[in-house]
Design a protein around this ligand. Structure first.
Ligand SMILES: [Zn+2]
Length: 240
C-alpha cells in the first residue's frame, strides 16, 4: 500500500516539476521577446543613421555645386556688364571681383571633390550596413517567430498538465498533500519527495537518523528529520 501511495506521489511530483519548469520558462519569454524587439529597433536605427549620414554628405555636395554655379553666373554677369563700365577704375574693380570669384570657385571645387569621395564611401557604407542589418533582422524575425510558436506549445502543455492534475491527486491524503505543496512551491521551491541513498537525504544531503533508516529499509515513506521532505529507499520500495 505504501508503495502504491509513493508511486502516486512520485507521478504527481513528476507532473508538478514539469509544470514548474514550463511555467518558469514561460515567465522568461516576454523578456526574451522584448529584447529581440529592441535589437530589431537598434538595427533599424543603425541603418537609418548610415542613410542620414550619407544624406548629409549629399546635401553638402549639392550646396558646393550650387555655390560654384552661382559664382559662375555672377562672373558671367560681371563680364557681360564690362561693356558698360565707364572707366579703367571700374574695369579693374570688375576684373578683381571676377578673379576673387574664380578663387572661391577653385576652393569650392576642391572641397566638393573631396565631399564627393566621402559621398561615395558613405553610399557604399549604406549598402553594406543595410544589407547586413536586413540579414540580421530576418534572422531575428525567424527566432522571434520560433519563440512565439514555442510559447504557444508551452502554454498548451501547461493547460494539458493542469487538466490532468486532479486525477493525480486521487488517494493522496490531505495532510501529505498540504506538506507536499509547501515543499513544492513555497518560498524555497524544491523537490518534495526524494530518495535516500547511503543514508543521505536527497534534498538536504544530511544523514537521516538510524530510526528513520530502519523505517525506510522496511519500504516505508518517512519525513527527513532535518528538512521535512518526504524520503524513501528506492530499492526497499521497489520503485525507480
Ligand atoms: Zn533532508
Amino acid at each position: 500500500m505504501a508503495v502504491v501511495w509513493l508511486e502516486k506521489l512520485l507521478r504527481l511530483q513528476e507532473l508538478d516539476l514539469r509544470l514548474r519548469d514550463l511555467e518558469a520558462r514561460l515567465r522568461l519569454l516576454p523578456r526574451e521577446m522584448s529584447d529581440m524587439v529592441a535589437k530589431r529597433d537598434a538595427l533599424a536605427a543603425d541603418t537609418k543613421a548610415a542613410q542620414d549620414a550619407a544624406r548629409k554628405v549629399e546635401l553638402a555636395v549639392k550646396a558646393g555645386e550650387s555655390g560654384i554655379e552661382s559664382l559662375q553666373k555672377e562672373n558671367l554677369k560681371l563680364q557681360q556688364q564690362s561693356a558698360l563700365v565707364k572707366n579703367n577704375k571700374e574695369y579693374q574693380a570688375m576684373l578683381a571681383a571676377v578673379e576673387q570669384n574664380k578663387q572661391k570657385i577653385g576652393e569650392l571645387e576642391e572641397r566638393t571633390l573631396l565631399l564627393m569621395d566621402d559621398l561615395d564611401a558613405a553610399r557604399k557604407r549604406v549598402l553594406k550596413v543595410a544589407a547586413d542589418n536586413a540579414a540580421a533582422t530576418s534572422t531575428l524575425k525567424a527566432e522571434f517567430d520560433e519563440l512565439l510558436a514555442f510559447s504557444g506549445e508551452v502554454k498548451k502543455e501547461i493547460a494539458k498538465l493542469q487538466t490532468a492534475r486532479p486525477a493525480y491527486l486521487r488517494d493522496i491524503d490531505a495532510d501529505t498533500l498540504r506538506q507536499y505543496n509547501v515543499l513544492l512551491g513555497g518560498k524555497m521551491p524544491s523537490t518534495p519527495v526524494v530518495e535516500v541513498e547511503n543514508g543521505i537525504c536527497g534534498n538536504c544531503h544530511l544523514k537521516v537518523t538510524p530510526q528513520t533508516q530502519n523505517l525506510l529499509r522496511k519500504g516505508d515513506v518517512a519525513v527527513c528529520d532535518n528538512c521535512q521532505h518526504f524520503i524513501y529507499d528506492a530499492a526497499a520500495c521497489g520503485v525507480k
